[in-house]
Ligand binder design. Structure first.
Ligand SMILES: NC(=O)c1ccc[n+]([C@@H]2O[C@H](COP(=O)([O-])OP(=O)(O)OC[C@H]3O[C@@H](n4cnc5c(N)ncnc54)[C@H](O)[C@@H]3O)[C@@H](O)[C@H]2O)c1
Length: 432
């Protein structure tokens, strides 16, 4: 342990990051930036090539910085996972999706652990950053790494530290978000803390990996439950003819005991829709059926149908054709200013529109081309002609730089799901 600690303190420890996605790439760059030698490893050859060529897909790291670190040889990228045999620290940052609703798919973690087992050298620290259910590190990873007589605490160290990054959030990049760490033993906790302190000011150590796994799921379930709740409140407010956005602004003035959440088309991305279901699944194995998680997941899943229902009523009220109406959806990513379509509720909404035989088009400055099942769409040019030809424009996701004034000015009707027209009243405008 002493040797590795010394290497970490002197930044001589070599780091390997498995998975160069939204989580792994910014983490790898953060360590390379402060002087560590980092190997970024990803089995996706195309992604590796893109990073090497300085073609970025991730808003949270700059191409210039990647190129600079590649040139300085502080950072290298490869699909050759045998490079793990050269490192002192391994981060696992692979996806944790669902196999089906309420059932985790931890196959990416398992395959990474299998590879690690093949190449790990004595004295390595392994840290899992992927979000997963409580118990994964100790019940799954630990026994696999110990196979063949490799001893935890002597031959290797192991910890879980959830990544809490919020893609696109410029105020809180990975280095400004306090880090939670749970080691399988004291040495693993101490080494992990020492390491993270090189890039993050505040590191909070909890008593076990399980506690750290639970911290992450508490945070994400908290968001899911509250987003679902505010979506339900929005439905109530609509029926009562109260402006939900005005209500939230009012409630926000309370300096304690309230935190604003906003209505939307639902939740998306790789975290909020799926992570709480990992907890739901694990809790069920302990005989606890989480009504909150299930209700929240189901409530959010239904928002696109609710929005469609509101759209139909709006078209009817304004004497627009319901049959085959032309609907233009503006913004299709799962969140503002982020080029990520994973689990975006806008995709589900587009599918619903298609199913109901609407003539659908979309505009998103970040997504030039879209494939949903068997149908393919190209982002349209947002000009007067296109806007005028649509029976209704739906603002599904807000993005910086989109000319919302022009949209309202030139459209027949607008259904604003994001409150981009805050406080504006117009007979051609409807809000959630
Ligand atoms: N995206 C987020 O906002 C976010 C935030 C916090 C935590 N997380 C969690 O972090 C984890 C990673 O998420 P992400 O968004 O970075 O995923 P991602 O899909 O963007 O990236 C994962 C990368 O891992 C690679 N990969 C998969 N299996 C591999 C293997 N066996 N060996 C080498 N590379 C492999 C993939 O090719 C991919 O490039 C997930 O558990 C997620 O829940 C994500």
């Amino acid at each position: 342990m002493k040797e590795l600690k010394q290497k970490i303190i002197s930044k001589k420890a070599k780091i390997g990051v498995i998975g160069l996605g939204y989580v792994g790439l910014p983490l790898a760059i953060s360590f390379a930036r402060v002087g560590f030698s980092v190997f970024g490893l990803d089995k996706n050859v195309a992604r590796v090539k893109r990073i090497k060529q300085g073609r970025n897909y991730n808003e949270d790291v700059s191409i210039q910085e990647i190129s600079k670190l590649l040139k300085k040889k502080k950072f290298s990228v490869s699909s050759d996972l045998s490079l793990l045999s050269k490192v002192d620290v391994i981060f696992i940052c692979v996806p944790t999706p669902l196999k089906r609703k309420y059932t985790p798919d931890i196959s990416y973690i398992l395959s990474s652990v299998k590879t690690i087992k093949e190449y790990i050298k004595k004295g390595t620290l392994v840290i899992l950053e992927s979000t997963t259910y409580p118990g994964t590190t100790e019940e799954l990873i630990l026994p696999k790494l110990q196979q063949g007589g490799f001893k935890a605490g002597k031959d290797f160290y192991l910890a879980f530290s959830p990544e809490r990054i919020d893609p696109g959030n410029k105020k809180y990049p990975v280095t400004k978000i306090p880090k939670i760490v749970g080691g399988i033993d004291k040495a693993s906790g101490v080494l992990s803390k020492e390491l993270y302190k090189k890039i993050i000011k505040s590191v909070h150590v909890v008593s076990s990996p399980k506690a750290a796994e639970m911290v992450k799921l508490l945070e994400n379930s908290f968001r899911l439950v509250n987003i679902s709740w505010i979506n339900e409140v929005a439905m109530m407010c609509h029926k009562m003819n109260v402006d939900i956005w005005e209500v939230i602004e009012g409630a926000k003035t309370k300096p304690f005991g309230f935190m604003p959440f906003y209505p939307s088309l639902g939740v998306g991305g790789h975290c909020i829709p799926d992570d709480p279901l990992y907890l739901y699944w694990k809790a069920k194995h302990h005989g606890v059926s989480s009504k909150f998680i299930k209700l929240s997941a189901d409530t959010n899943d239904k928002v696109p149908e609710y929005v469609l229902h509101r759209l139909k009523a709006f078209l009817k009220k304004n004497k627009r054709p319901c049959e085959k109406a032309k609907i233009l959806v503006v913004g299709v990513t799962y969140k503002k200013d982020v080029k990520d379509l994973r689990r975006s509720p806008a995709l589900k909404f587009l599918e619903l529109l298609k199913k109901e035989k609407y003539k659908v088009s979309y505009f998103d400055p970040l997504i030039p081309y879209l494939e949903i099942g068997s149908f393919h769409l190209k982002s349209i040019k947002l000009n007067e002609k296109m806007l005028k030809s649509a029976d209704c424009v739906i603002i599904a996701t807000q993005h910086t730089g989109v000319d919302y004034k022009k949209i309202l000015l030139n459209s027949n009707f607008v259904f604003d799901l994001c409150n981009v027209y805050k406080g504006k009243r117009s007979p051609k405008l409807m809000t959630l």
